[in-house]
Ligand binder design. Structure first.
Ligand SMILES: [Zn+2]
Length: 498
């Protein structure tokens, strides 16, 4: 009898699950909410009545078949976690030096078990999305969508875009992007029974460009994790609570969060093939430097770029893309835009320079800097930037509010990364003529001004030097050189933390 009761209980659970799935798969018609609503279901308001009769029928049918069903039923969905609810608050923006005085909006999402979450941002309208693996909802009395008026947040909705993924969407009135995100474990010593794991995301409007960059950064690194315990000290939450039972989350908690900060999701080791955008310098009406015997830089760079792409693709670990597939003219800022379209992990611009001194020879690898490492580097950058007069994307003009913060937030890291790439390439090419002569240099190349993609520029040699020019015209030389550059790129991409 006990066994039967247990079987019945299991069946009831299963049935309940079936109904839930049916409810969730009913696509909402006429929602006023956003393009994402194909994933999001808002059945709360009418499900009770409309589904009453079908539910009874289903119940009866299912009852008759219960033992059979139980015997043949597949394993239940592997749902181990539940969203319990969420709440909002305000938190001080401690980085006052970045010029943004306003406080950040803090979103706290509670789950029953340790979540594996990914964050991403969407535009038109602005949205913050939190997807959590193996997560269902334990909030049947919480409407599946609703209006909110808190900070930048105007509405929320939740659902399961895939069977085993819980999704929570916050619609935003302005381009507010995460400035911190972390996970807190349950607070066991807390008498107010705040018992779940907490995903904490602080968002702040730093302008359109910052939002776009944060969006791109989250595509590459959706697990944003920081060790910002200091910020947590300024806790000031729970003006708005959204959960099944206000008792679950609603207890005022005017105290500090405690516990260890944990990553939201471990980075995957190598989730896909790396994407490297190879930029063949110059092209079309812009020949670039002209060699001693009339060699055009644009032809040398195109040939070398194709060879480099070939070597990289041959590794099976990289998808190499070119900014130009023929002899066409592309503005410098468009070259960056192409790399961004590719969602490139790395941007490598290939050049062969000229110098007033015919004796100048050798290989240089450049990364971006406001201050040139030497006079010649400054001259080279100036000449390369002449390819068009736009001089690259000027963030300060596009979005003055974002410009300062951006440099701090993203470009610094890109510049560090670029330095690693440059060093890796120089190590590999040291045995080529002049490969150990010039080293890693810095200058204000417009084409390297991508704030979110590590970017380097390789000057393979001087066309104004007789020997360099002769080498660069030889396919065998270009093939050997680009193979080494390919090795260096791969070494960089596979190095730790990538
Ligand atoms: Zn050039």
């Amino acid at each position: 009898m006990k066994l039967f009761a247990s079987l019945m209980q299991q069946f009831k659970d299963m049935l309940c699950c079936d109904i839930c799935i049916k409810v969730r798969t009913k696509t909402e018609v006429g929602s006023s909410l956003t393009p994402l609503n194909t994933y999001m279901i808002n059945v709360q308001s009418y499900s009770g009545r409309i589904l009453l009769i079908p539910c009874c029928v289903l119940l009866l049918t299912a009852f008759c078949l219960c033992l059979l069903l139980f015997a043949i039923s597949p394993a239940k969905a592997d749902v181990q976690n539940s969203y319990i609810g969420f709440r909002f608050g305000e938190t001080a923006n401690n980085s006052a030096t970045d010029g943004f005085a306003s406080n950040a909006t803090r979103i706290v999402v509670e789950t029953s078990n340790a979540p594996e979450s990914r964050l991403f941002l969407l535009e038109n309208p602005y949205r913050l999305v939190i997807d959590t693996a193996h997560t269902n909802w334990d909030a049947s009395s919480l409407p599946k969508s609703g209006r909110v008026s808190y900070g930048s947040i105007t509405s929320y909705r939740y659902g399961n875009p895939e069977k085993d993924t819980g999704r929570l969407v916050f619609e935003l009135s302005e381009p507010a992007a995460p400035i911190a995100a972390f996970l807190l474990p349950p607070n066991e010593t807390d008498s107010s029974k705040v018992s779940g794991y907490r995903i904490v995301v602080d968002i702040l409007n730093r302008g359109e460009t910052a939002f776009a960059l944060a969006r791109a950064a989250l595509i590459k690194t959706p697990y944003l994790a920081t060790n910002q315990l200091d910020e947590i000290d300024n806790e000031d939450i729970q003006e708005e609570n959204y959960s099944q039972s206000s008792n679950q989350l609603g207890q005022p908690q005017n105290k500090r969060f405690s516990g260890n900060v944990v990553k939201l999701l471990s980075p995957e080791k190598r989730p896909r093939r790396w994407i490297v955008t190879i930029d063949a310098g110059h092209g079309g009406k812009d020949p670039g430097a002209i060699g001693v015997t009339g060699t055009k830089e644009k032809d040398i760079t195109y040939n070398a770029s194709k060879r480099l792409a070939h070597h990289l693709n041959n590794t099976g670990q990289v998808i190499a893309r070119l900014t130009r597939e023929d002899d066409s003219f592309i503005k410098l800022r468009d070259r960056i835009a192409i790399a961004r379209q590719h969602q490139a992990d790395l941007f490598v611009s290939i050049h062969a320079d000229a110098a007033p001194n015919a004796k100048a020879y050798g290989i240089s690898v450049f990364s971006l800097s406001d201050i040139a490492s030497d006079k010649e580097a400054a001259l080279i950058a100036k000449r390369e930037n002449k390819a068009d007069l736009l001089g690259g994307p000027d963030l300060a003009v596009e979005d003055p509010l974002a410009a300062n913060a951006l440099l701090g937030m993203y470009q610094r890291e890109s510049m560090n990364e670029s330095t690693y790439v440059a060093k890796s390439i120089l190590e590999q090419v040291s045995s080529f003529p002049g490969g150990d002569k010039r080293g890693h240099r810095f200058a204000g190349f417009a084409v390297l001004k991508s704030p979110d993609i590590p970017s380097v520029l390789v000057e393979m040699g001087f066309l104004t030097n007789k020997q360099d020019e002769a080498n660069l015209k030889k396919n065998a030389y270009i093939d050997a050189l680009t193979e080494k550059i390919s090795d260096a790129i791969l070494a960089y991409l596979n190095s730790s933390l990538r």
